[in-house]
Design a protein around this ligand. Sequence first.
Ligand SMILES: CC(C)(COP(=O)(O)OP(=O)(O)OC[C@H]1O[C@@H](n2cnc3c(N)ncnc32)[C@H](O)[C@@H]1OP(=O)(O)O)[C@@H](O)C(=O)NCCC(=O)NCCS
Length: 196
Amino acid sequence: MNINVKTTQTQNQKIMILETDRLLLRPVTIDDKNEIFAYRRDKESNKYQGWIPETIEDVEVFIGKISKQINVPETWFQFVIVEKETQRIIGDLGIHFVNSENMQAEIGCTLNKDFQNKGFATESVKRAIDYLFNELNKHRIIASIDPDNQHSIRLVERLGFRKEAHFVESLCINGKWVDDLIYALIEKDWDKKSKE
Ligand SMILES: CC(C)(COP(=O)(O)OP(=O)(O)OC[C@H]1O[C@@H](n2cnc3c(N)ncnc32)[C@H](O)[C@@H]1OP(=O)(O)O)[C@@H](O)C(=O)NCCC(=O)NCCS
């Protein structure tokens, strides 16, 4: 798999692009709002998500809050996932830079339902993990998952994450207390897995 990081100089700003065989991961911009709204508003496909936009303005606020710089403690950075062949945005991938010595990150991925079950999430998350461990030198990556979200559980288990906790009614999402699974991957295990 191609693991290039491209940086493109645009208006004096470096734009970081992570590349895989079929995909480009590039930072979200306000121009992506319509495409993001189209799949993020789907209540059924996103039923385990804490955030489902009701209006395009909700997406504007969401994009406005995202850090413009990657790797800033206590912020989220958001990539959109672009299919190279069609140049369509097929989903997004968020990284939360957790403040424990800035050595840990949380990862989350959402695909447009028309592009699920084709391996795109696995390909995107794998590339983001490589980037976090190999280029940003992170030590541990976690994912927070609803116990009923079987697709997400399969995704992280496929990539070698270990289930570390099952918190009972620890999150209040849309007024309802829900359980939360914490999955984690540490750098030395990823190193072993990538050599398998
Ligand atoms: C979580 C989510 C991104 C996972 O997406 P996904 O489509 O299941 O994962 P992938 O894109 O990696 O596809 C993997 C599946 O495609 C299949 N597949 C088909 N063609 C494939 C190919 N060419 N390469 C790899 N896998 C392929 C795999 O066998 C696998 O199926 P399985 O899970 O039944 O074993 C998706 O369910 C989603 O967006 N959910 C809504 C948002 C959400 O809840 N996000 C989680 C918040 S943390």
